[in-house]
Design a protein around this ligand. Sequence first.
Ligand code: C2E
Ligand code: MG
Ligand code: MG
Ligand code: MG
Length: 282
Amino acid sequence: RAKEVGRNTFAFFQDDMQAISDKRLSREKSLHRALSKNEFEVYYQPQNDDQGHIIGAEALLRWNDPDDGFISPDEFISVAEEIGLIHDIGRFVFQESARQVAQWRKEGIWKDDWRISINVSPIQFLHPNLVPDITDALEKSGLPASAVDLEITENMLMSDLELALSKMAQIRALGIHLSIDDFGTGYSSLKYLKELPINRLKIDQSFVRDLIDDPNDRAIVLAVIAMAKALGVNVLAEGVETQAHFDHLKAMECFTYQGYFFGRPCPAIQFAELCRNPFKVV
Ligand code: C2E
Ligand code: MG
Ligand code: MG
Ligand code: MG
C-alpha cells in the first residue's frame, strides 16, 4: 500500500514537473517573440516628496502576451535571466525609458531635477554589456546621465564583490545615481554598505505594509532611516498605500515615497497626464 502511494505520488510529481517544464518552454518561446513583436511596454510609477511633488519615476516593465494577457515581471524576469534574454530586454527598457523621458523633458512635462529609476538585476549589472548599453541609450536619446538612477539589489554583492564594486564606481563616474532596491530583504552586509558608492536606500514594501500595527516593522523602518542618515544617503519608502502610511513615514523623517497612495504604475500617456495634474497631499 505504502509502495503504491509512493508510486502514485511520484507519478503525480512527474506529471507536475512535465507540466511545469512544458509551460516554461512555451514561455521561453513566447518571450523571444515578445521582444520582436513589441509586446513589452514600459509603465511609469511616480516617486514623490513629502509635499506630494513628483521627484521622478520608476520604469516598470509590462508584458502583454496575446494568449495569456498581462504577465508580471516577477514571473518572466527570472526566465529571461535563465535563457540570457534579460540583456536584450534590459536594453529595450533603457532605450525606451530614456527616449520617453528625454521627450518629456523637451515638452517641459518632466522637470530637470527628476530622475528615472531603472531596475537592473544582478546578472545584468555584472555583464560587460551594461555600461555600453546605457551610454548608447543616453547618446541616442540625449538624456543626461544625471537624470538616471539604477536600482540594484543587495544580493548582487554576493556573487562577485570586486566586480560589483568596480561596476558601481564606473556607473557613478558616468554621473548616474545608484539605489539599493528592496532594502532589508537581501543579504545585506552592513560591513560593505558603508563602502558602497550609493545614493539611496529603498525600504522594501514588506516593512511598510504593516507599519502602523507592527512594532517590529516600525523598529526596522526607523533603523533603516537612521542608518541612511548616518551614511549620508537618501531613503525612500516603497509600497506607500495609504494616508496613514504617509503620515507615519513622514513623522519618522522619511521624506520620499513610492506607492499606490501617490499613483500606480501606468502607461506613458497616463503618467504625462499625472504630471500635468499632479496629486496633492493634505
Ligand atoms: P520592484 O523594483 O521592487 O518594483 C516595485 C513593485 O511594487 C512593482 O511591482 C510595483 O508595481 C509594486 N508596487 C508599487 N507601489 C505599490 C504599493 O503601494 N503596493 C503594492 N502592493 N505594490 C506596489 P511590479 O511592477 O510587478 O514589478 C515587480 C518586480 O519586477 C520589480 O520589483 C522588479 O524587481 C522587477 N522588474 C520590473 N521591471 C523590471 C525591469 O525592467 N528590469 C528588471 N531587471 N526587473 C524589473
Ligand atoms: Mg525597483
Ligand atoms: Mg522594490
Ligand atoms: Mg521587488
